[in-house]
Design a protein around this ligand. Structure first.
Ligand code: ZN
Length: 302
């Protein structure tokens, strides 16, 4: 069941991977979006449902996406995990969430791994815990032990003050040094609106051997193209994933901005899908008009 058409030709193949999206249960999405918009200077461009996300992906030619959840209190972990189980599909890869004050982070991470999910998201600002706070360590340790990805909000956040440094690049660098086995994906190129610090603390040979990756959401609209290109090359295209932060921004627009940066074809291929395929063990291809595919439970390792 490879999704191949007769003769082995691949029709309508989409490969692009979006490493940063959000979705909420259908009955909660409108309320969740309204609450988040209240603290945020801009409006969502999508309805925040899984159906809305898939339609946006179809329009932009995006094959697969990580769907990030954020538990703002420990009591939300259970419902988030249940939603992730329902959401999980060939195209949507939900990342569950563990709160730093979780009763038993190791057990929660084990449940998440057993559910076949690929990782968790932590958000130091919404979870009120600096990314390098000792309370986060149990999450990082358990995720590394289970081979799960941890994606972390990086840099500033429009919903919080400009001096809030709980997700600062230098703190992320500390986490990487303390947890060398952890696969860490830092959003917003490692530090939204903290670009100089990204260069100072996250670029260069010191962290190059580590399992540290970056995604691009909300960077290209905020930076001049030359600066985006420079940062991408300083961090290394092989460590960078495309990301949109849908429903807060449009996938198609950010993809167009990425493709207008005059990167090489190899650099673009790495960012659009190669890096994600490698770290998530994906096949790299998805047919956009799949006939019903029986799930044979086969999943690549990772
Ligand atoms: Zn986000």
């Amino acid at each position: 069941m490879s999704g191949r058409t007769r003769g082995g030709m691949l029709a309508g193949v989409m490969k692009t991977f979006d490493a940063h999206t959000h979705a909420f249960p259908d009955d909660l999405a409108a309320h969740a979006i309204a609450r988040l918009e209240a603290d945020c200077p801009w409006k969502a461009i999508g309805d925040g449902t899984a159906g809305g996300l898939l339609a946006a992906m179809d329009r932009a030619g995006v094959a697969r996406a990580l769907v990030c959840m954020i538990a703002t209190k420990p009591s939300q972990e259970e419902n988030i995990l249940a939603f992730c189980r329902r959401l999980k599909s060939e195209r949507l890869l939900p990342l569950a969430s563990v709160h730093p004050d979780s009763e038993n982070p190791a057990r929660r991470i084990e449940q998440i791994a057993r559910a076949g999910l690929r990782g968790v998201k932590v958000h130091p600002l919404y979870q009120n815990c600096a990314v390098d706070d000792a309370r986060m360590d149990a999450i990082y340790e358990a995720a590394a032990a289970h081979g799960l990805l941890v994606t972390v909000h990086a840099g500033r956040d429009v919903a919080f003050g400009p001096d809030d440094d709980r997700a600062a690049p230098r703190r992320i660098a500390d986490v990487v040094r303390r947890h060398p086995k952890l696969t860490l994906l830092a959003t917003h190129l490692g530090g939204w609106q903290a670009w100089d610090e990204v260069e100072q603390f996250l670029a260069g040979p010191a962290l190059e051997a580590q399992n540290l990756y970056f995604e691009l959401s909300f960077c290209l609209p905020c930076l001049p193209p030359e600066r985006s290109r420079e940062l991408i090359r300083r961090l290394g295209p092989g460590r960078i994933l495309f990301g949109s932060d849908w429903p807060w921004a449009d996938e198609g627009e950010q993809l167009a901005q990425l493709r207008a940066l005059s990167l090489t074809a190899a650099e673009l291929a790495a960012i659009e899908h190669g890096t994600a395929d490698r770290i998530l063990g994906m096949s790299g291809q998805f047919q956009n008009k799949p006939t019903r595919r029986a799930s044979n439970g086969k999943r690549p390792p990772g």
